[in-house]
Design a protein around this ligand. Sequence first.
Ligand code: IDP
Ligand code: MG
Length: 155
Amino acid sequence: MQQTLVILKPSCVERCLIGEVITRIQNRGIIITGLKMMQLDEKILREHYSHLVDKPFFPGLAASMMASPVVCMVLKGVDVIEVFRKMTGVTNGRKAEPGTLRGDFCMSGQANIIHASDSPENAEIEIARFFKPEEVFDYTPAYIKYLYGDDELKA
Ligand code: IDP
Ligand code: MG
């Protein structure tokens, strides 16, 4: 089953929204297979945001991502990368649809509370960047048969 890397940013942690986000993840039927707090540093952020290091806003973005510990998670589900990106909403919180996490809980294009992997290739790279293999647990909750039809589980 597909996995994705999620970071609850300092704008989520400092605003005491960790529980709100995790509740929505679990209510949707997405399985949490890894979860920890981390203090990010410049080195990991330059790798993680390598597509943005040359942007004028990068120093401010990096500082905002180091302002407090973050919560890193690995989430598992059928098509979970696409499902969770949709739940997250577009990058700018002011433009994100109500009902999405960004659309309900933030007002910013930078302090937008969540990172979520955007493709299978990036999810694999990002999970390996933030988690050791033994920190990701390959388990199947007993309620899985109520989450999916049999055919979806075989795919
Ligand atoms: P995404 O998080 O929706 O995938 P990306 O374009 O990959 O968006 O950008 C990564 C992060 O960089 C965003 O979530 C946001 O925190 C920050 N960011 C993106 N564009 C801007 C900007 O124009 N100003 C400030 N921060 C930005
Ligand atoms: Mg992105």
